[in-house]
Design a protein around this ligand. Sequence first.
Ligand SMILES: [Zn+2]
Length: 121
Amino acid sequence: MTGGIKRPAGFAKEGIDLPVSIIRVPWLIPRWARAQVWGRVILLRRGVEISEQLLAHELAHVMQWRALGIFPFMFHYLMGLFRYGYQRHPLELEAQAAARQHDFLDWARDILAAGKTRLPD
Ligand SMILES: [Zn+2]
């Protein structure tokens, strides 16, 4: 993988109807992670407040999993960590950009409005 990843505008559109699960977990690796995505499951560390921006960011990772496939995603993610670190990771930069896009924010808002994240904490 070289540089950033270009997705068409409306990358989120195909995901809008995708059921995602949000599960509270007591801990994550790395320990500072607030959330983590495995396929269509968003693991949210206990005590972390879920915001539209955080959810939009994680939804972008859901779409990355879909676009790349499970093993390529894991491979690219790990290789990217070694090569760029977390802050400059192309998949993280893409997710950060997605968290500012209306389509991802709308998707996140819909999920939150539907009460799908009312979880025991
Ligand atoms: Zn991320």
